[in-house]
Design a protein around this ligand. Sequence first.
Ligand code: DGL
Length: 268
Amino acid sequence: MLLKDNPIGVFDSGVGGLTVLREIIDALPNESVIYFGDTARCPYGPRDLKEVERFVLEIVDFLSRQGVKMVVIACNTGTAAGLVSAQKEFKNLPIIGVIKPGAQAAFETTKNKKVGVIGTVGTISSSSYHKALLEFDASIEVFAKATPEFVDFVERGEVEGAKIEEVARSYLEPLKAAGIDSLILGCTHYPLLYPVIKKIMGDGVEVISSAKETAREVKNILERKALLRNSSNPVYRFLSTGDPQEFLRLGRLFLGKEITQVEKVILK
Ligand code: DGL
């Protein structure tokens, strides 16, 4: 039974999904949340999609046993690998990912119908953004590029400076040359690189993060299902499969506010 007061479950391979949680908290300040970061198995990006699918099913199962009223797969690679299977296996639980909302934002933004997508190797190789964009408009031209080094930079907290700019330039120049007018940040880590990416892409290119759009989708679903929580004092729990101290250190950067406690979880 799904109840209004139950928390929303949000998960990612690590702390990157906190950029999505940030938007969910802004859009839905009354909602309680359990955030699950699978930091022990992060990164998902270079892994086989079948393996990531198994992780996604395990985590959704765990969250459903915690009594969440909805699950947000706040990880692009996780969404690409496991959203469909999770929706099929947990029929009574609303589950959404971040790819469709990001594609929708780009579809609504692009004027010349040339859209760029950057993400992990897993996300780009799945062509999930490509397919989602074409479902909105079959005439959109998609220019996709895996940009795996970005995750390493963000994990180190190195979000500005000459080195990241050089790497970003080599990844992004071909997309710029292709004439895109919208660029989807198809990875939870990339919103932290927004200033660098925007500087390279210039004023003519809208840089889109799926986080805002995903939060809007969460709100729509809870509204339609009459599951919006109306009381104040929401409770936030942060769970991690890896080192809680590391989560605390990076968590602040991703969430934009202090996290005081992280619980270590062992999945069975
Ligand atoms: N969270 C992942 C994503 O959005 C990036 C980090 C990883 O590779 O696990 O695709």
